[in-house]
Design a binder for this molecule. Structure first.
Ligand code: ADP
Ligand code: ASP
Ligand code: MG
Length: 452
């Protein structure tokens, strides 16, 4: 069995849904098909929630109307029969009347907000399943809210997901295509919740891991993981192969093509992940698996909105128990630390979730001197297989960034990550400079030396 996930742009137009049907029926393998919301929908639902929360009822009503108009038009092109269209219209009318009633609830709390954003995936999957039925495909819609669970910390419960999913799938052995929602889940209180923005990738990997799928395919609008952020850097190219570790680092450190946690369940169960382009299905994409290919530097990613915290020990840093006490404070506030550097008397760390920054700072001040935090920082992360050529990688990276002030450097924790902290204003310059130096320098040198 395989798991295929289609993102927002891949389902964002009626003709794209038609192409997806062609794609998923072009091979005989049984598939679980995970769909995101239509592109733009989750943002629109979040905006409706903001209006509702601010008691701006007219604005909420207008936003709901605009979104519904989009769906009314969409289904006219999606379905090919009167009966199909009637079914599609009934789905849209039912979900939008629910959206309207949610937006009317006062006070509008985060419970309603989460139910509201879940509507994107509930709409896309029901509409697509009705289309498959109209076309006579052997498919079934399996509600993610029946099996996708997170715990009190927002972490998916793989064991429970596996148990529920296996039972439910066993009840429909003859169904070749099983459609389900990405992103949405239930929390321990039984309420509707989600796996955070971009979470449909994570759903696909959790399902793939849970059922020990043969392969997980993430279908999106680009031909695989590129060596650098194509939104910022001009000359980027797709990487054909990545190890689980390399892909996990890139996703965690900001490569938007994958939700930051996507790789974990797939890696845990050894399920390969293939990144494919819905608009160019024949392009090879990227295969993420246990194997390594030889290229030493694979890709660069960047993660924004980072805060750096500088902690000076009032005594020597290696004084017994000091670091333990520092990290206990971060643990207490469930705030993950991304980068760490140390000297004899100081330790610097970075965090991307500053919800508890004030409380953390206050507690750190009880055991250390805390300098002013640096906000608006970016972690630039170079990923690859560096074991063969350690000196070479660091020299090339530092050479590329010689004109940019570097706040922190982290290297050696693993053999596939070198991270640098810079102010976000240097991000584009840093990504472009690294791109030229790490991926095009040798070619440029060759041209110079072979020039007449
Ligand atoms: P989907 O809606 O299918 O989940 P996303 O927009 O979440 O798609 O992710 C795909 C986008 O990720 C691409 O269009 C590209 O702009 C962006 N992206 C950022 N970094 C990378 C990278 N290193 N490789 C490929 N795409 C990237
Ligand atoms: N629809 C959700 C979002 O926009 C989940 C996803 O697309 O992966 O974040
Ligand atoms: Mg995405």
């Amino acid at each position: 069995m395989q798991v295929w996930k289609f993102g927002g742009t891949s389902v964002g137009k009626p003709e794209r849904m038609h192409s997806i049907r062609q794609l998923i029926t072009s091979t005989n393998t049984r598939k679980i098909v995970v769909l995101s919301a239509l592109s733009g929908t989750t943002n629109a639902l979040i905006a409706i929630g903001e209006s509702a929360k601010a008691n701006q009822d007219d604005e909420a009503i207008q936003r709901i109307k605009d979104l519904k108009d989009h769906y009314d038009t969409f289904i006219k092109e999606l379905y090919q029969t009167e009966a199909g269209l009637a079914k599609g219209q009934a789905i849209v009318d039912k979900e939008f009347s629910f959206i309207r009633s949610l937006a009317n609830i006062k006070p509008f709390t985060s419970k309603q907000d989460k139910e509201l954003v879940a509507e994107g995936e509930l709409l896309s999957t029901q509409m697509f399943e009705a289309y498959l039925e109209e076309q006579g495909e052997n498919s079934i819609l399996l509600p993610a809210l029946e099996f996708m669970r997170i715990d009190a910390d927002g972490e998916p419960e793989l064991g429970a997901i596996e148990e529920k999913l296996t039972t439910i799938l066993g009840q429909h052995p003859g169904k070749q295509l099983v459609i389900t929602q990405g992103f949405i889940c239930r929390n321990p209180r039984g309420e509707v919740d989600n796996l955070k923005r971009g979470g449909s990738d994570y759903t696909a990997s959790l399902i793939g891991g849970a059922i020990r799928a043969e392969e997980i395919q993430i279908w999106t609008d680009i031909d695989g993981m590129h060596n650098n952020d194509p939104r910022i850097v001009k000359r980027t190219f797709p990487i054909r192969e990545l190890t689980f570790e390399e892909a996990a680092e890139l996703a965690y450190f900001g490569a938007k093509i994958l939700h930051p946690s996507t790789i974990t369940p797939a890696k845990m169960r050894g399920v390969p992940v293939r990144l494919k382009n819905t608009m160019q299905p024949d392009a090879p994409g990227t295969l993420i698996a246990t194997t390594t290919s030889d290229r030493e530097i694979k890709a660069i990613a960047a993660k924004d909105n980072i805060t750096a915290i500088y902690i000076h020990s009032t005594r020597m840093l290696n004084a017994h128990g000091f670091l333990r006490r520092v990290f206990e404070i971060f643990e207490k506030y469930k705030t993950p630390v991304d980068m760490i550097t140390t000297s004899e008397v100081s330790v610097s760390v970075t965090i991307d979730n500053d919800t508890h920054l004030d409380a953390i700072t206050a507690e750190l001040r009880e055991i250390a001197d805390i300098e002013e935090h640096d906000r608006d920082q970016t972690i630039v992360c170079v990923v690859g297989n560096f074991s063969a050529d350690k000196e070479g990688v660091a020299i090339k990276v530092l050479d590329a960034l010689k004109h940019i002030p570097l706040r922190m450097i982290s290297y050696g924790a693993s053999e596939h990550n070198l991270s640098i902290l810079i102010h976000s204003r240097y991000k584009a310059e840093a990504l472009n400079a690294l791109n030229e130096r790490l991926f095009y320098y040798e070619d440029a040198m060759k041209d110079i030396f072979t020039a007449p």
